[in-house]
Design a protein around this ligand. Structure first.
Ligand code: ATP
Length: 273
């Protein structure tokens, strides 16, 4: 019988990470539920990217437990780690495309890594499909990253993150550096992919419009922990100075106004579309 735990895709308990004397997280707990878009916010340097790296097994913690799909991601043997890694896709901050490879070749990198036996024709076909799926024109496939705009690079990075049809997607500041229209387009793409592919999304962002437009819940990092997690309305009910300033400050109010102006925009699950 499925247990409630099956609906927790990422579970972090008592996480402590540090670099030398600098403690980044201490006693951090977090659950990410199946099928949700969880926004992760916090001041600069509060450890959002380090948390993501810890979850995906790139940052060994000092203490704590991290499970993804019910399996620990800490200290796994490479063969076991590969089986878990296949099930998620990651868009690192800045896109991190290989500059010497075309967009299509970038998309093929994870496929070649995990399925080296696939022939070239199939690789090309999958890459073309992923490129178009992220809203890029088919002609973008043979282009090099330097030939793309910032927004196109993000989409190419997303195409690579989706290469293996993941169940879970990690996005680190995907709309940073995009103009508002480009950012809104990327949000819409993330939302529609989440809906159609049934993805769970761990989304680090500073972008309030993104939080309002597409996040089901938001986790707030401060004081080395997740100090609160909930819908924006639930967070707004908390009497925490950083949360109040963040959501109720001028930029927060502007984000609400944008959502109201867009009228029909929907936060998933609110049924207001
Ligand atoms: N490899 C590393 N070695 C040493 N310190 C690091 C390393 N990676 C991150 N840090 C430090 O850990 C802290 C948290 O970094 P992190 O990148 O997770 O912050 P963030 O919340 O994602 O910030 P931002 O919103 O500015 O991207 C920072 O003080 C950073 O300097």
């Amino acid at each position: 019988m499925p247990s409630a735990d099956d609906d927790i895709i990422i579970r972090v308990r008592g996480l402590r990470t540090s670099f030398g004397d600098q403690v980044i997280h201490d006693g951090l707990d977090l659950d990410v539920r199946r099928g949700e878009i969880l926004g992760v916010v916090g001041g600069s340097g509060t450890g959002k990217s380090v948390l993501m790296r810890a979850i995906i097994g790139l940052q060994p913690p000092d203490e704590g437990e991290i499970t993804v799909f019910g399996e620990s991601t800490i200290g796994r043997e490479e063969t076991e780690a590969v089986e878990i890694r296949k099930r998620w896709g990651v868009l690192f901050q800045g896109g991190a495309l290989f500059s010497t490879l075309t967009v299509a070749e970038n998309v093929q990198v994870p496929i070649r890594e995990f399925y080296p036996e696939l022939d070239l024709a199939l690789l090309d076909e999958i890459a073309s499909y992923k490129v178009v799926m992220t809203g890029l024109p088919a002609e973008a496939g043979p282009k090099y990253p330097a030939e793309l705009s910032g927004g196109m690079k993000k989409r190419a990075g997303l195409a690579r993150a989706l290469a293996l049809d993941p169940e879970l997607l990690f996005l680190d500041e995907p709309t940073a550096g995009l103009d508002p229209i480009g950012a809104a387009g990327f949000d819409e793409l993330t939302h529609s992919l989440q809906q159609t592919m049934g993805l769970t999304v761990f989304l680090i962002t500073h972008d309030l419009d993104t939080l309002y437009a597409i996040c089901d819940r938001v986790a707030v990092l401060a004081d080395k922990k997740v100090i609160a997690v909930g819908t924006i309305d639930e967070l707004l009910a908390l009497d925490h100075p950083w949360i109040q300033e963040y959501f109720n400050g001028p930029r927060g109010r502007a984000a609400v106004a944008t959502q109201e102006a867009n009228g029909a925009r929907k936060k998933p699950g609110t049924g207001t579309d």
